[in-house]
Design a binder for this molecule. Structure first.
Ligand code: GP9
Ligand code: MN
Length: 644
């Protein structure tokens, strides 16, 4: 390139002067010719590092910085095949795409504490309905990721006008191969280290955020895309008989774990009413603010019920729909995305399908549009006779996403009175939905110093929902409906996202803010009410949403075929497995994203023993079996095998 030939570019006069000076400065020339690549590297490195800092509170170690650098080199390598002007445009476009991905990932993280995946993006239409939530997880700070894109517009134009010598194809190809090899080489080392530490992390991606903190955002998306494509290809093939049998054997063992028969058939013939409450988090139960109970009605009902106070939610990418899936089927959420979408074509052995075999009428009720979370499809797949969605109600009283809990519960009760008995009603409430900002509609619950904060708004929202639930349960009792019914009520998932944990911890006077403390609050209440308040009392056993169906199956004397959870009323297992690979076994807590064990009773960190390592591997296997069952629609296969 002749510097004197640079036209229309005052901006580069300085560079031209230097380059024309004697002796000719080769380094400067090289820097100028590759300014686009250098700038791209610096900008993207900064963006990826800043993303890492957002998702991980700890210092980003050198090994991760290297992995990030390697992923950028891989991106750069592809630009090297192109001619100079196309290369500039390519790098600029990649910058735009990557910045948008990072912003989307950050928003997704704030809400789901997860990273977007190809499967989740495929289900993106689900996010339409939660636009209120999407705007509330957006942050002005994120706009930093776009600033360079604007600044670079005039610079890019001028730089493109500079004349550069033509680099022959062969030389470009060599640069591409060399840089790609360096990037892949460094990555190979990182991936090897990760796979040594946690053998299934890269393939099962059970713990996506932890993986991202180890390999960086770009590498994560490369691995995720690779896994998505290879899983799709793999699932198009039939599972071998051997693999099928492993799943079958696991289920047979899991569904016959104890010889105990406590409470067996106690609910047979009775109506079943399951109420899934939006964002009802455990800490509000029996808790006061400024001397007033937050949930006075539920507190009253807790005393009349069998109350499980160590009941964990286990939702993943499907959020509310995952809570529904687990509670009704005892199947784990999908590895990524929402099972309600990915597996809607599958056969299910749900509570509704089994109760239907016993001549029950089955109905699902929810005050939102029927298509939300693919419910219209999934309720059919789970054998509900009817789904009463927004269109089946008087939808005039709206709060947030749909019909107010007050109106929804009142109308649902009237509908239930007309149901043919015995029936199974599955109700999903809605008003206490994040970001809890319809405060004026919740009435005047005084949250004092918390007024206007996320926590304060939540307390007002859940106080409102509590009043509606109280009215609903009291009416059922007054009208004699409780005499012949079992009611199970639980929260679907957390209310206070990880991002706002400090508000929760200070409200609860927690001095620590470690993962153990975080887990302490990831419980939702479960209340099971029996006629005449029979069996009322608190049960401290470690239980979870996966356990509801096995427990109800025992109470209603239903067959247990394809359940991954445990019967809460029999046996002494304290197993709670989370989709990200974390688990509780009744004595220990394993936090997968830091690969750390805690003593459940004391909160002290403990080292991994052979037994704990085995447990970790067994639970990873368990999640994989469930994935295989869903990926290959095995309930259908197993049912057919039984019929033959
Ligand atoms: C939507 C409601 C909320 O109908 O169930 O879903 P979420 O956003 O909590 O998953
Ligand atoms: Mn929800």
């Amino acid at each position: 390139m002749k510097i004197t030939d640079i036209k229309n570019s005052k901006l580069f006069d300085f560079a031209a002067d230097i380059r024309n000076s004697r002796p000719f400065n080769l380094v400067i020339s090289l820097l100028f010719d590759n300014a686009d690549i250098i700038l791209f590297f610096i900008i993207i490195f900064w963006k990826l590092l800043s993303y890492e800092k957002n998702i991980s509170s700890s210092f980003v170690p050198m090994s991760v910085r290297l992995a990030i650098a390697a992923s950028i080199l891989i991106l750069i390598s592809f630009s090297l095949i192109l001619k100079k002007k196309s290369r500039i445009s390519f790098l600029y476009t990649v910058d735009i795409i990557l910045s948008l991905i990072l912003i989307a990932d950050l928003m997704y993280y704030r809400y789901f504490k997860d990273i977007t995946t190809v499967a989740a993006i495929k289900n993106a239409k689900l996010l339409k309905g939660v636009s209120a939530s999407v705007t509330s997880v957006a942050s002005v700070k994120d706009l930093w990721y776009l600033v360079d894109i604007l600044i670079l517009v005039p610079l890019k134009r001028k730089y493109k006008k500079a004349e550069f010598g033509i680099v022959p194809m062969r030389r470009r190809l060599v640069s591409f191969i060399v840089i790609l090899a360096v990037g892949v080489g460094i990555n190979a080392k990182t991936f090897y280290r990760v796979s040594k530490e946690q053998p299934t992390l890269l393939t099962a991606m059970s713990n996506r955020i932890y993986l991202t903190t180890m390999i960086g955002n770009v590498n994560f998306h490369i691995v995720d895309s690779y896994n998505y494509i290879s899983t799709s290809l793999k699932n198009s093939k039939k599972l071998s008989t051997d693999e099928e049998n492993k799943v079958k054997t696991f289920l047979q063992n899991n569904n016959n774990t104890t010889g105990e028969t406590n409470f067996k058939g106690q609910a047979e013939g009775k109506n079943l009413i399951v109420i899934q409450v939006e964002a009802l988090q455990g800490f509000v139960i029996n808790q006061k603010i400024n001397g007033q109970e937050i949930t006075p009605n539920l507190n009253r009902w807790v005393n009349k019920c069998m109350y499980f106070d160590n009941y964990y939610y286990q939702v993943a990418g499907g959020n509310t729909s995952d809570a529904e899936l687990m509670s009704n089927n005892s199947l784990y959420p999908a590895q990524s995305g929402a099972a309600y979408y990915t597996y809607s074509g599958n056969k299910y052995d749900s509570i509704a399908s089994e109760l239907k075999d016993k001549n029950y009428y089955t109905a699902a009720l929810h005050g939102n549009t029927e298509g939300f979370w693919n419910r219209n499809v999934m309720y059919k797949a789970q054998d509900f006779d009817d789904f009463f969605g927004e269109h089946s109600f008087d939808a005039s009283e709206q709060i947030g996403l749909g019909i107010s809990d007050k109106s929804f519960l009142n109308q649902s009760l009237e509908k239930m009175k007309t149901f043919k008995q015995p029936y199974y009603s599955f109700l999903v409430t809605l008003t206490s939905h994040y970001p809890y900002d319809a405060v004026d509609k919740y009435g005047s619950f005084d949250v004092g110093q918390y007024k206007g904060t996320l926590l304060g708004n939540y307390l007002q929202a859940i106080h409102y929902t509590d009043a509606q639930l109280g009215e609903f349960l009291d009416k059922m009792e007054k009208e004699g409906m409780m005499k012949n019914s079992i009611v199970a009520l639980y929260g679907d998932h957390f209310a206070i996202p990880k991002d706002n944990e400090s508000q929760l911890f200070s409200f609860e006077n927690e001095s620590k803010n470690d993962d153990y403390t975080w887990f302490k609050y990831q419980k939702v209440p479960l209340l099971i009410h029996f006629p005449e308040d029979k069996y009322a009392g608190v049960n401290h056993k470690y239980t979870c949403q996966m356990d509801l169906y096995p427990t109800l199956a025992n109470l209603y004397n239903l067959p247990k075929n394809y359940m991954f959870g445990k019967d809460m009323l029999n046996g002494d297992s304290g197993k709670v497995v989370f989709r990200n690979g974390s688990f509780i076994d009744g004595k220990n807590l394993y936090v997968s994203w830091t690969n750390t064990y805690y003593d459940l009773a004391t909160g002290n960190k403990i080292s991994e023993t052979d037994a704990l390592k085995k447990e970790k591997e067994d639970y990873t296997k368990e999640l994989e079996y469930c994935d295989e069952l869903q990926n290959h629609n095995l309930i259908k296969t197993f049912d057919q095998q039984k019929a033959n």
